[in-house]
Design a protein around this ligand. Structure first.
Ligand code: TRP
Length: 474
């Protein structure tokens, strides 16, 4: 028997064991139903809180267009190739993040660790991501009621402080987020993830364009655009470069099996290089539009651009208050941000849910409930870390910071490196070529070779540098 056939028979043998029973018949496995469905669901994962404040504020703080250029380079050299690699592995194995490595490397058990790390990172990221999303949900109502109508960022800061330090409201808003996204994930891949992102992504674009139109027609808007787009190459330091690489990684949901799991739901005739490139471009457009919606307004009303939560929860309310029609546009802004978070959260939840249901034979409902309850449990210290548990620290970090550090700075880059090494040195070029060209039906050999080179050498080395920097080794 030759290569592919030998592999198939190996897979068949494994399928006969009980552990794999639930994924035994691929036709029974849930998945995305159309090419558009694949596109919106994958884009839904990439688009998230990362676009709304991380991207614009990092771009602003790190030298505008210069940072943008480095970020684009990082996306093309590391992000996009890795995204192609991850989705290919998933589609080839048609399984969750752990079983995928069982199937593609049946004799090398160590690679499964990648899937287990993904399982853990998904829970850790969700523990704090759900909390930030909870604040956003709360702000929809605060904006609507006019409670945060203040042009003084200091007072806005006090309102924010009161929300996040209150244990009851912190926990309840986190549970609201978990309840909503949990009930979507229970519905499954096609009826849950695909159906919901299909409706939400167009709404997200429309709201974003409305905000851009408002922001750009303000007097003094041009300064914001200059801030965002005029290059200042003197500001490109090694730290800036590393930040750009980290962002490229986080933006495309890489390094923890999210894209691998989504790839396992891709259609057989999906053109992976084309789809992933479209997702990358669409995600970039959301980031740029978010920057265009935010910075002209920030400058028009004489505020200072700030990074992180203070931009979203303090500066933004003040900016919108100063603007005609402020309540409406502020409400739109927070609804938009909440929508962006939903698709990203669904993709984070899908990693453990797929593992629990396929490897442990749990039904979809039970797997979703277990995942949500676990996140509520480990998320509670993160939710309380801005108030009652603020001084409870480990390695000098509170729970929120610790979960963020462990996932973003350790587990994601480590997972990314291991996936690159697996594809570049174990899976190999012939198999990658076969999969990325849809068994030779697509004419993209040159592209695949370039992707293979990047995944084998360039990506693992550059991610290793980012990892060591994140661990403060240098
Ligand atoms: N990409 C999302 C954002 O920009 C976050 C996200 C979703 C993510 N799934 C992920 C990040 C998996 C890392 C890994 O907000």
């Amino acid at each position: 028997m030759h290569g592919p056939f030998r592999r198939m028979s190996r897979i068949n043998q494994r399928c006969q064991s009980k552990k794999y029973a639930s994924t035994m018949n691929p036709s029974k496995r849930d998945g995305f139903t159309s090419k558009f469905g694949v596109l919106v669901a994958t884009l839904g994962s990439a688009v998230g809180l990362g676009n709304i404040w991380k991207f614009p504020s990092l771009t602003g703080v790190n030298g505008g267009a210069g940072f943008l250029l480095v970020y684009l380079l990082a996306t093309l050299m590391v992000g996009l190739p890795l995204m192609m690699a991850e989705t290919t592995l998933g589609r080839a194995a048609r399984a969750n993040a752990i079983t995928t490595f069982d199937r593609l490397a049946p004799r090398q058990h160590g690679w499964k660790l990648i899937g287990w790390m993904g399982f853990l990172s998904a829970l850790l990221i969700m523990a704090f991501y759900s909390e930030v999303a909870g604040w956003v949900y709360a702000y929809i109502f605060k904006a609507m009621s006019g409670e945060v109508l203040t042009s003084d960022p200091k007072i806005a800061g006090e309102i924010f402080g009161a929300l996040v330090s209150n244990p009851t409201s912190s926990l309840i808003w986190q549970w609201v987020v978990l309840g909503i996204t949990g009930s979507i994930i229970m519905l499954g891949v096609s009826k849950g993830i695909e159906a919901v992102t299909r409706k939400l992504m167009p709404v997200l674009y429309i709201l974003l364009l409305v905000l851009c139109a408002r922001s750009l027609t303000l007097e003094g808007a041009a300064r914001g655009l200059t801030f965002l787009f005029s290059p200042d190459f003197s500001k490109i330091t090694p730290t800036v470069v590393l930040t750009a690489f980290g962002l490229a990684f986080f933006k495309l949901s890489l390094g923890m099996g999210t894209m691998l799991t989504y790839g396992s739901y891709f259609r057989e005739d999906q053109n992976i290089p084309a789809t992933t490139t479209r997702v990358m471009l669409a995600d970039l457009s959301v980031s740029l539009l978010a920057g265009i919606a935010i910075f002209p307004a920030v400058f028009a009303f004489g505020f200072e651009p700030a990074a992180g939560p203070s931009l979203v929860f303090m500066t933004i309310p003040a900016v919108f208050t100063a603007m005609p029609g402020g309540i409406v546009f502020m409400t739109i802004f927070f609804i938009l941000t909440a929508i962006a978070s939903v698709g990203a959260i669904l993709s984070l939840l899908e990693v453990p849910v797929a593992i629990l249901s396929e490897r442990f034979g749990m039904g979809r409902k039970k797997a979703s409930t277990c995942t949500i309850l676990t996140i509520a449990l480990i998320g509670a210290p993160a939710a309380l870390s801005q108030g009652v548990l603020a001084e409870t620290k480990l390695f000098g970090m509170n729970a929120f910071e610790l979960f963020d550090f462990l996932s973003s700075n350790v587990l994601l880059p480590l997972g990314g490196i291991l996936i690159c090494l697996f594809v570049g040195w174990v899976y190999g070029l012939p198999e990658l070529e076969k999969r990325l060209s849809n068994e030779g039906t697509l004419d993209n050999r040159g592209l695949i070779r370039a992707v293979f080179f990047l995944v084998r050498y360039v990506a693992p080395l550059s991610i290793a540098i980012v990892l060591l920097h994140g661990l403060k080794v240098f």
